[in-house]
Design a binder for this molecule. Structure first.
Ligand code: ADP
Length: 491
C-alpha cells in the first residue's frame, strides 16, 4: 500500500508532544510491514535540521492557489532517521512557517489551512496518488474537505482518508475568510450544520469537524478516549458529530517506537539495561543526579515529563513535587509551559527550589534529557485532567519507571493498578492508579508507591520489571491501522 501522512509534526525533527512521536513511529512500522510511506510537513525555520539527512530541493515551482492569487513554494525532501519527508516552504510575505515556533501564532488557522492546501496541490502536480492519506489533528482537518470537494475532480478521486484526532481541545476555529483563501468559497454551502459549521458558534467553521465529516475513517488514540469522546464532554462540543458518524469512528491505542525508546541501546543514556540486568538502571540515576547536581542518597526519584498545560493536571504535578519532598523523595520535572501564566508559576517554583538538593525543574523542551530522566527515575507521575492516550507512562514502563497515573483516557488502557485492578492478574499489573482529580487521591496512590519502595524494594523492583515486559510497541497498533486502511480502500 502507498500511504502519505500529512501532519504538522514528525519526531524528532518537529516535535512538540506525542503527535510527532506517533507520525514517526507509525510510519516506520508501516514501512517495516512492506508499505511505502511518505510524510508531508511544513518547513519550519525552528525545526531540528540536524535530524534530516540529504535535504534537497525536490520540487522547485509549486504554485499554490491561495486567496485569489498563487503562492510560490518549494518542496524539499530529506530522510528523517530513514523516513522520507517532504517539507513545504512557501515564499510569501506571510512567512507562514518562519515564526520561531510551531504553534501559537495569531494566524495559526491560516498557516495550517495553507499547509493543507499546499500538501494536496503537491500531491496533485507531482502525480502522487497514494492509496491512503493519513491526516492528524485540527491542523490537517481541511485536507479531506478539499480532497472531496475540489481535488477529487482533478484526478484524485480514489484516495481514501484516515483522520486521527490526538487532542479534541484544539479544533481550528475560523471565519469565512478561510473558505475564500482555500478556494472552497461557497459560504452558504459550508456554513451548514452537517458540513463545517461549528456546533456552537454560528459564525465559525471548525476544521476538526470537517475532518470528521469528510474522512473515510476517524479515530482517536485509545479505545477508552474514543468512548469518553462520545459519551462525555471531553470532545469539546463534537460529541454529537461523532454520534452521527459513529459507524466510522473508533479508538486505536498509540504505540511507542521501540528503537527510539530502548533502554538496551539508547544513545542518550550512559548505562544500558534491560530486565535481565536491571541493576544497571541505578547507574543512570547516579548520572542524572550528577548532571542536575542532586544529592546522591538512598531516596526514591519521582519524575514528571510533559507539556505544562492544564490538560496535564499542573496543580497535581505541583502537588506531587512537594509531596515527594515531604515523603523524603527526590523530584525531577521536565516541562514545557504552554501558557505564560503556567510558565511564570513554574519559573517561580524553580527559583524557589534552586538550592534544594532533592528537586530539579527543567523548563523547556529537551529530548536528550527526557531519555535520561526516563532511564533514571523510579516513578513517573501522570495526573492528567484528560489524556487521549499518553505516551510518557508507556515510555516509563519501557525504562522500568513505575507509573502513577490518573485513570482517564489512554491511561486506563495501559496502566493497571498493582493493588486493585480486578481485570488483570497480579503478575500483569504495572503501576498505581487513582481516579479523583484531587490531592488526596494522588497522595493515596503515591503513598502506596512510596510504601512499596521503602518497605519492599524487591517487590517494587518486580513491579518495574513486570512493566518492562509489556509490549506497547507499534506492532499491534500498526496492524490495526492497516486493517482500517484496507477497510476504507475496499468500501
Ligand atoms: P502530549 O499530550 O504532549 O502529546 P504525550 O504523553 O502523548 O503528550 O507525549 C509526550 C511526548 O513528548 C513524549 O515523547 C515526551 O517524552 C515528550 N515531551 C513532552 N514534554 C517534553 C519536554 N519538555 N522535553 C522533552 N520531551 C518532552
Amino acid at each position: 500500500m502507498y500511504i502519505v501522512q500529512i501532519a504538522s509534526e514528525c519526531a524528532p525533527v518537529i516535535k512538540a508532544g506525542g503527535l510527532g512521536d506517533v507520525v514517526y513511529g507509525l510510519s516506520r512500522e508501516l514501512e517495516i510491514r512492506g508499505n511505502t510511506v511518505e510524510i508531508i510537513l511544513p518547513m519550519y525555520d525552528c525545526m531540528r535540521y540536524d535530524h534530516i539527512w540529504g535535504l534537497h530541493e525536490a520540487y522547485r515551482d509549486l504554485w499554490v492557489p491561495w486567496d485569489g492569487d498563487r503562492v510560490h513554494c518549494s518542496v524539499f525532501c530529506g530522510w528523517v532517521h530513514g523516513r522520507v519527508c517532504f517539507f513545504i516552504r512557501p515564499h510569501s510575505g506571510d512567512n507562514f512557517f518562519d515564526r520561531g515556533q510551531y504553534y501559537g501564532a495569531l494566524d495559526d488557522h491560516m498557516r495550517f489551512a495553507f499547509f493543507s492546501k499546499a500538501a494536496l496541490e503537491f500531491l496533485l502536480v507531482s502525480n502522487k496518488r497514494p492509496d491512503i492519506i493519513h491526516c492528524h489533528d485540527w491542523q490537517t482537518g481541511l485536507v479531506p474537505v478539499m480532497l472531496y470537494e475540489m481535488y477529487k475532480w482533478h484526478g484524485m478521486g480514489t484516495q481514501r482518508v484516515c483522520y486521527t484526532i490526538h487532542n479534541f481541545k484544539h479544533q481550528g476555529i475560523a471565519g469565512a475568510n478561510v473558505l475564500n483563501a482555500t478556494g472552497l468559497n461557497n459560504e452558504s454551502y459550508y456554513f451548514q450544520y452537517d458540513r463545517l459549521l461549528d456546533n456552537f458558534n454560528p459564525l465559525a467553521i471548525n476544521y476538526m469537524k470537517g475532518g470528521i465529516v469528510y474522512s473515510n475513517f476517524v479515530n482517536t488514540v485509545s479505545p477508552h478516549h474514543a468512548w469518553e469522546a462520545r459519551y462525555s464532554d471531553i470532545s469539546c462540543g463534537l460529541g454529537h458529530t461523532l454520534e452521527l458518524h459513529h459507524h466510522k469512528f473508533g479508538g486505536v491505542l498509540n504505540g511507542i517506537d521501540y528503537e527510539v525508546w530502548n533502554p538496551e541501546g539508547d544513545r542518550y543514556i550512559p548505562h544500558h539495561f534491560s530486565y535481565d540486568n536491571f541493576a544497571e538502571k541505578a547507574n543512570n540515576k547516579k548520572a542524572l543526579r550528577e548532571r542536575l547536581l542532586l544529592g546522591d542518597s538512598d531516596k526514591p526519584l519521582v519524575c514528571f515529563i510533559g507539556r505544562l498545560d492544564d490538560q496535564k493536571g499542573v496543580h497535581l504535578v505541583h502537588h506531587a513535587m512537594y509531596y515527594t519532598l515531604s515523603r523524603g523523595g527526590q523530584f525531577v520535572l521536565l516541562g514545557s509551559p504552554t501558557e505564560s501564566g503556567i510558565g511564570s508559576w513554574f519559573w517561580h517554583e524553580k527559583n524557589h527550589l534552586n538550592n534544594n538538593p532533592d528537586c530539579h525543574l527543567e523548563l523547556g523542551f529537551n529530548e536528550e534529557l527526557a531519555h535520561l530522566i526516563y532511564a533514571a527515575a523510579d516513578m513517573i507521575v501522570v495526573p492528567s485532567n484528560y489524556e487521549p492516550c499518553g505516551l510518557t507512562q508507556t515510555i516509563g514502563l519501557r525504562y522500568g519507571t513505575v507509573p502513577i497515573v490518573r485513570g482517564v483516557g489512554g491511561l486506563v488502557n495501559t496502566i493497571f493498578d498493582r493493588d486493585y485492578d480486578e481485570n488483570h492478574l497480579p503478575e500483569e499489573r504495572n503501576g498505581f492508579v487513582f481516579y479523583q482529580s484531587d490531592r488526596h487521591a494522588l497522595e493515596s496512590a503515591m503513598d502506596r508507591a512510596f510504601g512499596l519502595w521503602y518497605e519492599s524494594p524487591q517487590e517494587f523492583r518486580e513491579l518495574a520489571i513486570q512493566g518492562m515486559k509489556y509490549d506497547y510497541s507499534w506492532n499491534h497498533p500498526g496492524e490495526k491501522y492497516l486493517g482500517i486502511y484496507d477497510y476504507i480502500r475496499h468500501r
